[in-house]
Each structure stands twice: as C-alpha cells, then as structure tokens.
Design a protein around this ligand. Structure first.
Ligand code: ADP
Length: 366
C-alpha cells in the first residue's frame, strides 16, 4: 500500500472550512505539526483560545476527512491554542496567573522510565490528599499512556456548560482532565513536542477547574525534551519522583531529580514503589529487588524520602479497575502507606508555598 503524503493530506483538508472565518483550515494557516508515519497521521489545528471549546466539530471533520484518504490507518487531530511567543523571564509568572488563577498548588508525579507505577501512585496520592479535606484535581499529561480515565473509572467525553471552557470530568470527588479524553486509546503517539504543549496549555487555560488546593499532574515518564519543556511550562510547586528499587530505575530517578533541578522546580521527595512483595497467603515479606535502595539514594541526593509501597495484587486490581485502594479499602495497610506519603507531600507543598509567598514582592495598597 502506498503511503499518504503531506501534500495529499493538505489538499484534502482544503475541503474543511472554518465556518466563523469563511475559509478553509489550510489557507487560514491553522494546520501545524503534521506527522506521518506508516499511514498514521497526526496534526494540530491552531485556534484562538476563546474559540477552543466550539471547535470540536471542526476537529472531528478534519480527522474524518483525512481518515477517508487511501493509505491512512489512523488520524489524530488536536486543537491547540498557542499564543504568539511572549518570551522574557516573566513568561512563567504571567502564565501562572492567566492559566490557573484558582489553583493553589501544582504537584507533578514523575518517573525516570515507564511502568514503575507513577500513575498508580498519582491516583492514590490524589485520593489521599482528598481525604485530608483538600480540593483535588488530576491532570493526566502522560501522552504515552494516559491511564487516569481508567484508574479513576471515568468514561465519556468532557462537555462545556458555558460553551466556552471545558468542564473537567469527575469521579471519586476528583476532577480530572486527560489526554485520554482527546485521543483514542490505540492511537499511536507520534505527536511532536509543540503539539503536546498546545494541548497541555489548553488543559490549563481552557478547562474550568474551579478552585483547587492541589492539581496533581501525571507526567509522561522519562527525562527527555518533552518532559523538560513540560516541567518548565507548567507552573509547578514541586515534583514527586516514583522509582522501583532496582539500581537501573534508581539511576533513572536521579535523572528525574536533575531534570527538575535544572528548571528550578523543588523535588518534594521520592516514593519507592514495588518496594517488596507481601505474600497474600502467608504474609511473608520478600524483598525481590534489594530493598531500601530508594531511601539510601534519597538521603545521598539530599531529597526527602516519602515512603514505600509494596508490590501487591490488590493495589494493581483496584487501580486498574477504576477504584483505587485508598478509596476502596481505606483501612488497608497499603492505603495507610499512601496516606502517610500524602501527609509528607502536603507538608512539603505548604513549605514551598510559604517560601514562595515570602519571596513574592509585597504590594502595599494605599
Ligand atoms: P507508570 O505510570 O509508571 O507507567 P502504572 O501506574 O501505569 O505505571 O503501573 C503499571 C502497572 O503496574 C499497572 O498495571 C499498575 O496497576 C501496576 N502497579 C503499579 N504499582 C503497583 C504496586 N505497588 N503493586 C502492584 N501493581 C502495581
């Protein structure tokens, strides 16, 4: 099968009109970041931030138009609402105010590599923070494997009550937006960094989160360019790094720490996941990967150690089943471990917020 070319896609998209601007999306210069790989196509449609929520029919039309071309296997079109470069060192502060004025703190949950239980930790941490009486949101920015809809048991598509901003989905008392709501689960991820950034900024700017004490961001795993830019562009209060005890994973965790240090984001601490195996039959504790490495590593690197969570079938079944253990079995010892981690995280967040407040210029109203 011959593969489709960018030229063919653009020609097809010339048949898709932006009704409000009376021209097609190609001639209006709205198509950016085109990626084509083995019949899989991805591109972004740039729109004004104010128009974002109205544009879903246009996005769908563009997607199905390209899907109709011979040689196309899958299509991912995302709406991006990028602004012209504002630049300058004040950029982040401006963004913070403009984007999430009602969100008091933002905590990234990160890992040096995939599959270490970052999302499982993020969801249980979010629920444990909720149990502290905090208003919590989860932003699933893990573009490689958005798992929050599944872990929070959320299905369907987000809607917009005011026709302007998207409303987050909600379950377990946690508000949630996920890349998973915008792309089909089997869509291959061949987005470029800027497209991801556009979608991410849209999540922060065009979603009606309402007042939140903390927004937990499930980061994409790894320490590459995408992660680095994300850490820079989201006004993070701090980051939690999740690692398994194996040495290699720990070396990855170190990379994570360095990445956040590079962009001046406080590391709130390290969680050791799959720390040991607790046999559900005899209760014996087996240290599969020489246990305790994360604590030693955290001490060595001068970051707080937040706690350890064992490899446990109930943790896996509950989080993969949309009813995480902290909610479904709050008296369980592992739920207690998550709550202790949440206590430490929140204490460190409060410390960071106090530090920031002390550094902020005092404005005296006369
Ligand atoms: P990541 O976000 O790092 O890719 P996930 O949180 O998606 O990792 O976890 C990968 C898989 O491992 C999931 O099926 C999850 O349920 C399981 N898992 C994570 N942590 C644990 C744990 N402590 N015990 C048992 N299974 C776990």
């Amino acid at each position: 099968m011959t593969s489709v070319t960018e030229q063919q896609i653009l020609e097809a998209l010339q048949g898709v009109n932006d009704p409000e601007r009376g021209n097609n999306v190609v001639d209006l210069g709205m198509i950016t970041g085109m990626q084509i790989k083995d019949g899989h196509v991805a591109f972004a449609i740039q729109v004004d931030p104010e128009r974002g929520p109205h544009m879903e029919p246009l996005r769908k039309e563009a997607e199905s138009t390209v899907h109709g071309l011979p040689g196309v296997i899958s299509v991912t079109a995302v709406l991006t609402a990028e602004r012209p470069q504002e630049g300058g060192p004040a950029g982040q502060v401006e963004m913070e105010n403009a984007m999430l004025p009602e969100v008091a703190s933002i905590v990234a949950v990160a890992s040096g590599k995939g599959g270490v239980g970052k999302s499982t930790t993020a969801v249980n941490l979010a629920i444990a923070l909720r149990d502290k009486g905090l208003k919590v949101g989860v932003l699933d920015a893990d573009i490689y494997g958005p798992s929050m809809p599944r872990m929070l048991g959320i299905t369907g598509d987000p809607t917009s009550a005011d026709g302007r901003r998207m409303d987050p989905m909600e379950n377990h008392g946690i508000k949630c937006m996920s890349m998973g709501f915008l792309v089909e689960e089997e869509t291959p991820i061949i987005w470029r960094g800027p497209m991801v950034m556009g979608a991410l900024e849209q999540f922060m700017r065009d979603v009606d989160w309402g007042p939140l004490d903390v927004l937990v961001v499930d980061m994409p795993p790894g320490t590459g360019d995408v992660q680095l830019t994300m850490a820079q562009r989201v006004p993070l209060t701090g980051a939690v790094i999740v690692s398994t005890p194996q040495d290699i994973a720990l070396a990855d965790a170190r990379k994570g720490l360095n990445m956040f240090r590079k962009v001046d984001v406080a590391v709130l601490g390290l969680v050791e996941n799959m720390s040991y195996f607790a046999c559900p039959h005899c209760g014996e504790r087996t240290e599969i990967f020489s246990h305790g490495g994360a604590k030693d590593e955290a001490d060595l690197l001068g970051m707080p150690f937040l706690g350890e969570v064992p490899l446990d079938v109930q943790i896996r079944e509950t989080s993969d089943g949309g009813n995480p253990i902290v909610d479904s079995d709050p008296d369980n010892a592992h739920s207690k471990a998550y709550r202790e981690i949440a206590d430490k995280v929140w204490a460190n967040v409060e410390q960071q917020l106090a530090k920031k407040a002390a550094q902020a210029p005092k404005i005296v109203l006369q």
